[in-house]
Design a protein around this ligand. Structure first.
Ligand SMILES: Cc1cc2nc3c(=O)[nH]c(=O)nc-3n(C[C@H](O)[C@H](O)[C@H](O)COP(=O)(O)OP(=O)(O)OC[C@H]3O[C@@H](n4cnc5c(N)ncnc54)[C@H](O)[C@@H]3O)c2cc1C
Length: 408
């Protein structure tokens, strides 16, 4: 019989196990992979952006779903304390653009090593086995059962099995099933921070790799209502779009499949309609005797020009000085609203994070304990919380893991 069992050796589970053990608990951590923190190794493109050096309000502002649930977790372990936690364990850290914090070595493996060292120093026992079921008695945690039907008894349990994306790292969703079998509600799962596929593949295939800087995007529903907007950079993929503003948009748009949402790109957000008209007239004066197809070089990146020209439906060989004001208007409209139709997420598995999961109303936010089963706690991505990029998701994993480990 162990005092505490933790299921899941990702950042949330490692933090929870280490903290509980540092407070004198006898802890067993179960991980089904051959090593701990498999997803952690690929975070931040292998550099691990493990938090964002900012105050609690900023951390909360960057949470997309159920931010209020994280209030106690962030106040108990804010980003300063998390950085200090790692520094105390010997990990040198550095802060980059946008307050993103990385290990000074630029190696995610060093964050993993530091967590493993923390587990070792606190005598956490690590068992590399997959848990398939959790058993209860009189509404209290009793035991866990491995896939080979071995039973491990415990007094308390922390469920930290992660989300449902990048499944090769171990996030295959058994935790949701186990929580559901114990009576918890699992809110619908969606990939979040994920590229979007567009119907206009015949165009995106040609635009692949093109980055658009400082553009404005609007996402509109079929009733032409704006449901999301943002300003920044995007990049075309073979099947659609990605880049910072698209990933953030995906976090805010649940269930995009078959919704026929319009992605409207304002290619010239700094110029209003009149200013853009003046600008085009200047360009057209400069290129007055050229063919229309050779008149947009100052206005648009070269990769975009053929697609744009095609959409104007203006004769490509028409001389620029013969372009009518109606045709100019059409050009301006296209520059301000270069539209595509969203088809779907690029793939569920490519989501950096899973949106949805264990309903937060069924978890006590001050200690991460289940309100349904005694002595059951949750930590990390399995909970229905998700945030933007910038280190916020790992901060959630560490803060909720810390709070669960502290209270178990
Ligand atoms: C490509 C990529 C890059 C990312 N970069 C960043 C970044 O730079 N900054 C940031 O803040 N966030 C980043 N994230 C998000 C971050 O990785 C997650 O928020 C974080 O890993 C969640 O931690 P977790 O411990 O809850 O889950 P996980 O890291 O998924 O860990 C869960 C663990 O539980 C184990 N497990 C599952 N089921 C069982 C079972 N039945 N029995 C035993 N063990 C089980 C799994 O094998 C896994 O090791 C990135 C994600 C991806 C995919």
């Amino acid at each position: 019989m162990s005092e505490v069992i933790v299921i899941g050796g990702g950042p949330a589970g490692m933090m929870a196990a280490g903290v509980a053990a540092s407070r004198g608990k006898e802890v067993v951590l179960f991980e089904k992979n051959e090593k701990l923190g498999k997803k952690l190794y690929i975070t931040g493109k292998g550099r691990c952006n493990f938090t964002n050096k900012s105050d609690v309000n900023t951390l909360l502002e960057n949470v997309v779903n159920n931010k209020n649930f994280l209030y106690s977790a962030f106040y108990t372990m804010d980003s300063e304390r998390l950085i200090q936690f790692f520094e105390d364990l010997g990990l040198k850290t550095k802060v980059e653009r946008g307050n993103r914090v990385f290990p000074a070595s630029d190696k995610a493996s060093d964050v993993n090593k530091t967590l493993k060292k923390y587990l070792k120093e606190n005598n956490v026992e690590i068992v590399y086995k997959k848990i398939k079921n959790i058993e209860t008695e009189n509404n209290r945690i009793k035991s866990v059962i491995t896939e080979k039907d071995e039973i491990y008894y415990c007094k308390s349990l922390i469920l930290a099995t992660g989300g449902y994306t990048y499944r090769a790292t171990g996030s295959t969703g058994e935790g949701y099933e186990m929580a559901k079998n114990l009576g918890h509600t699992i809110n619908d799962l969606y990939p979040s921070l994920v590229p979007l596929d567009l119907y206009e593949r015949y165009e995106t295939e040609k635009l692949e790799g093109l980055s658009l800087k400082f553009v404005k995007i609007k996402v509109k529903n079929p009733n032409n209502e704006v449901i999301y907007q943002d300003f920044g950079d995007l990049v075309f993929t073979e099947k659609g779009v990605s880049g910072p503003i698209i990933l953030s948009a995906s976090s805010n748009l649940k269930d995009v499949k078959d919704k026929n949402y319009i992605l409207s790109i304002d290619l010239k957000p700094a110029l209003d309609y009149d200013k853009l008209d003046q600008r085009i007239q200047r360009d057209f004066k400069k290129y007055a005797n050229k063919d229309f197809k050779n008149s947009l070089n100052d206005l648009l990146p070269s990769k975009l020009i053929p697609i744009f020209l095609n959409r104007t439906k203006i004769d490509l060989r028409k001389k620029v000085n013969q372009i009518t004001s109606d045709e100019r208007e059409k050009i301006i409209s296209l520059l301000k609203e270069f539209n595509f139709t969203i088809k779907d997420y690029s793939s569920f598995d490519e989501g950096i994070i899973t949106s949805g999961g264990v309903e937060v109303d069924e978890i006590n936010p001050t200690n991460m304990e289940s309100k349904i089963i005694d002595d059951l706690y949750f930590a990390g991505e399995i909970i229905d919380v998700d945030a933007y990029t910038g280190g916020f998701n790992l901060q959630i994993a560490f803060s909720t893991g810390y709070l669960a480990g502290l209270n178990v």
